[in-house]
Design a protein around this ligand. Structure first.
Ligand code: BV8
Ligand code: ZN
Length: 285
């Protein structure tokens, strides 16, 4: 109990009230969409895009994460992705990833859609499955919908072959860059770059979840990148409500019924603990 009180002190009465209100909404929700951005991984040490640590060698992420940048200098872009793979490879999921993983495993009506390419949601899911005895299919059902791809997958620029790839990147010269085993063409990270369309099937699934969710819980996103940032709008237009968790206000704060100012790792365990799950969908351990 001492533990809780110490943490609570950092949370104002107003925050605690917002958290209680949001928990009630999540409790009674028939359909929950969780949308995450880089902020959910900040406490794991992953640099956010717009945070102070977002810049790489004075390059803005939006400038490097484009087909044009790759066309112009594939070695530079691969060096950046190599740096991110190494950095993220040393990071572990945090309490926010774990709370989301447990909710999506226990509640068949809760689904995660992420903008993140760091793979920490997937790792948290594996850990939650190994810790708790959830029915066999729950891990597959709870797999996050990845809007923007993964740092740990490559795509061939020639034959479009896609494979998982956790190897470090050799980006010393163009000759050392990764090549396709099938057609020897240059490989690229299997992520969605600015100016590139999202996978239509993945976007359809995410939009369907947004339209049917009664609550869209938005965690750690600046709400500036589209079409991801329009998903909470879809929930609201379909009669649902938006709950936001972010230390700062964002363009999505204006449409949120509850916007909790705090760090995901501190707030989500409070928001998504087991008691909050609706009994009708609870999967018995
Ligand atoms: C497309 C993969 C068309 C690569 C990424 C409508 C309006 C305006 C612009 C557009 C529009 N529609 C399209 C556009 C253009 C563009 C766009 O949105 N531009 C923005 C910058 C204005 N969108 C696109 O180009 C999309 N494609 O539209 O194609 C098309 C259609 C059909 C056919 C052909 C073409 C593609 C967008 C995807 C780009 N790829 N990632 C890679 O990662 O390398 S986006 C990338 O940046 C991330 O995935 C993520 O989506 C985004 C970063 O945003 P966040 O995750 O929110 O992170 P950020 O740092 O900004 O914020 C962190 C937040 O966390 C902050 O609010 C902070 O306060 C908070 N925080 C910090 N610590 C914590 C915390 N929160 C909680 N706890 C903490 N501890
Ligand atoms: Zn190929």
């Amino acid at each position: 109990m001492e533990q809780t009180r110490r943490a609570d002190r950092t949370l104002s009465m107003h925050d605690l009230h917002e958290i209680d209100q949001a928990r009630r909404l999540l409790d009674s929700a028939r359909g929950i969409l969780i949308l995450t951005g880089a902020g959910v991984s900040a406490e794991s040490g992953v640099p956010t895009f717009r945070g102070p640590d977002g810049l790489w060698k004075s390059h803005r992420p939006e400038a490097l994460a484009t087909p044009e940048a790759f066309q112009a200098d594939p070695r530079l872009v691969w060096e950046w992705y190599g740096w991110r793979k190494e950095r993220v490879g040393a990071c572990r999921p945090n309490a926010a990833h774990a709370a989301i993983a447990r909710l999506t495993l226990r509640n068949a009506d809760a689904r995660l859609v992420t903008q993140n390419v760091d793979g920490l949601h997937e790792l948290a899911l594996e850990e939650a499955v190994s810790e708790g005895n959830f029915p066999g299919d729950s891990a597959a059902r709870a797999a996050p919908i990845r809007l923007h791809g993964s740092l740990f997958r490559t795509r061939c620029t020639g034959c479009d072959n896609r494979t998982s790839d956790r190897h470090p990147v050799e980006a010393k010269s163009e000759a050392s860059l990764p090549r396709c085993r099938k057609c020897a063409a240059l490989l690229r990270p299997d992520v969605v770059w600015f100016g590139e369309g999202l996978d239509p099937e993945i976007l359809r699934q995410a939009m369907e979840r947004a339209e049917t969710a009664e609550v869209c819980l938005v965690v750690g996103t600046s709400g500036l990148v589209h079409p991801a940032a329009s998903l909470p709008l879809l929930t609201r237009e379909s009669g649902g409500v938006v709950v936001e968790v972010n230390p700062e206000s964002t363009p999505l704060t204006a449409i949120a019924v509850s916007s909790i100012r705090g760090r995901a790792g501190q707030i989500l365990p409070r928001l998504l603990t087991v008691e909050s799950e609706p009994s009708r969908n609870r999967v018995v351990d």
